[in-house]
Design a protein around this ligand. Sequence first.
Ligand code: SAH
Length: 213
Amino acid sequence: MIDTERHKGKRRLLLDSLREKGIWCERTLEAMMKVPRHVFLDSSLEDLAYSDQALPIAAGQTISQPYTVAFQTMHLDIQPGDKVLEIGTGSGYQAAVLFYMGAKVFTIERQLELFNFSKLILTKLGIRYTGKYGDGNEGMPAYAPFDKIIVTAGASRIPPQLLHQLKPGGRLIIPIGEGVQKMTLIYKKSDKIFTAKALGDFKFVPLLEDKTV
Ligand code: SAH
């Protein structure tokens, strides 16, 4: 759990490279500077923690590429105090970034191993959040509505419950498609009016549909 000057130096270089790739939101980059990505990874991957790539975590899943984390975070336009729901806790890295954006974080994971692992790391880092072990397609009705929702697994369709649990004026970012996904930003104008914008191609592990966890 040690975050050394060497780690911080590598992190700064990674963030510089994200700026060059078009990440313009300094608040997002500042939040990412606060999160030691290497502690979310197996120690054998430590040397790769600050390269801009997705990496394997437990249960055959992946921690998203830093560019993708930055991209999804900045497009949500998170304001301090926003209630943000994440689907696909995975390692917990994205949840930590949301926390440092000032969000009240809610996150769902369907793999028990990752639910437990992320809890351990996030707690050690002093990050406050509400986690649920279950199917993200259902959202978290007990805590709804949310200002922002982020889906960090590739979905074949938009889960209707997530649209329902979004506040009017809220945003949902979700990668949609099989194999390659179109990053889709949904803006909920009112209970009945939504607009959607495609923001480019990304690759995620699939959002599982089944309810048995
Ligand atoms: N945000 C994560 C990366 C997640 S990878 C991070 O920062 O590390 C996608 C995650 O979504 C995986 O952990 C996978 O187990 C989870 N997932 C897939 N289908 C799901 C579902 N229906 N509900 C909740 N989590 C799901």
